[in-house]
Design a protein around this ligand. Sequence first.
Ligand SMILES: C[S@@+](CC[C@H](N)C(=O)[O-])C[C@H]1O[C@@H](n2cnc3c(N)ncnc32)[C@H](O)[C@@H]1O
Length: 399
Amino acid sequence: MHQSFADITSFLIRHQSYWRHDPFHQVISGQVVWQPSAPRLFEWLQTLSSQQIHQLKSSTQCTIEALEPYISDIRAIHTATELSSICAADELTLPRGLDAGIPGRKLEQIKQMTTACLNDHAGTEWLEWCSGKGFLGRLLASESKQTVTSFEFQGALCRAGQQEADKRALPMRFVQGDAFSPQAKWVFKSTQHAVALHACGDLHVTLIKYAVEQSLSALTISPCCYHLIQGDSYSPLSQEGKAANLSLTKQELRIPLQETVTGGERVRRHREKEMVFRLGFDALCQHHQLSQGYLPVPSLQKSQLSQGFQALCEWAAGKKQLDLPMVDFDYFEKIGQQRYWQMEALSLVQGVFRRPLEVWLALDKALYLQQQGFSVALRTFCEPSVTPRNILIHAMRQQ
Ligand SMILES: C[S@@+](CC[C@H](N)C(=O)[O-])C[C@H]1O[C@@H](n2cnc3c(N)ncnc32)[C@H](O)[C@@H]1O
């Protein structure tokens, strides 16, 4: 882990001009930060058709191969950051009705995570952190017959989860509370194995800190939404992380999440329409000097997208109290389309840094837990097609 962390750190620092800058804003500003240092890569991107860009975007592996002539160490770092999988070949067979109300893809994640937790279990009870309705806790309680304390902020989710558990006479107790309040500490006990499925940013960091403080028996976390933090930038936990000198802003912490595997074609088309409108409207505003620099447009309803480019521009102008002059909307829509494919081409480059960044963030926590006396494993618990947030940090307190 130490060596991997050091390798990824130096890789990310060496290539930071490729991933730090948001493709959208580079297109808006007309300046690609890395172009002067990598003119051949920039020229190659210009030769790609929209179809080629679309194909490459759907396969990180193909993008890595295509980029290797320009970023020579890209394949090596991806090989080094590949985590072993603990996807269980044998599906967990659940008692009838136990999966009631759990959506399909979520159920698959929960089954895999339950198997992983049971296979590497320590302690005599469970703590389910930021549990939602306690789907994971429900399976753990049913399979292990041990008590589960499910901690969750939203009262309605606690009530729904408790009702479901009581109906099945499962040993689950929901505690409504705020993970960031000092009282949250009271739910931690050294006999617990804490679990968290997709606990966002500071929520999983808080769990790690309390688990260390209260000497929990074990910890199994799948982190997500790294940018949901209280500070302005990431605060590394491990000694190596602190010494790494790799600052990460909230915007940069979003990069690992920019993978739309689970979105499907309809979501992709919606996004394309919205981005064409935003980029075209910006071009229109700049051309007619309606604003100085980029003018952020409020988020729009999906239903608005079918109204067409002109209607969207008129709506945005109304929101921003701008008087639109006589405009050739078709022309600016075409500009929006061109800019959209420029942005997509640039995001191919940024995209190959997503996984190294995510693994770096997970390794920082793994190293911290190691330093605090836990034995730690970093693995994946399901296929990326089930959820791209498939990293599992598993830690057992050493005797
Ligand atoms: C991404 S959801 C995951 C829920 C559940 N673990 C699952 O995978 O179905 C994150 C959960 O954290 C809860 N949450 C957000 N902020 C919280 C806080 N400050 N304290 C406790 N729970 C919080 C949310 O209400 C939500 O249920």
